[in-house]
Design a binder for this molecule. Structure first.
Ligand SMILES: [Zn+2]
Length: 65
């Protein structure tokens, strides 16, 4: 049996589940980047606070006080 290639996997940024662009239930474009979600509820959560879920390249050691 041959495995299908060419289907990229993405991480649902809200719940961390692996979704592919074929199996994703929802998608959302934010700042020219496309995000895939396993369900509508995750997309909604992301839409409310996208910055909370986007993985940041920089790490900040500061805590808001
Ligand atoms: Zn999800």
């Amino acid at each position: 049996m041959k495995q299908e290639h060419g289907e990229r996997d993405f991480n649902d940024p809200v719940c961390g589940m692996t979704v592919s662009h074929m199996s994703a239930a929802e998608e959302l474009v934010y700042k020219d980047k496309i995000y895939y979600f396993c369900a509508r509820i995750c997309r909604d959560a992301f839409e409310v606070e996208p910055e909370k879920y986007i993985p940041h390249h920089r790490q900040y050691g500061m805590k808001p006080s």
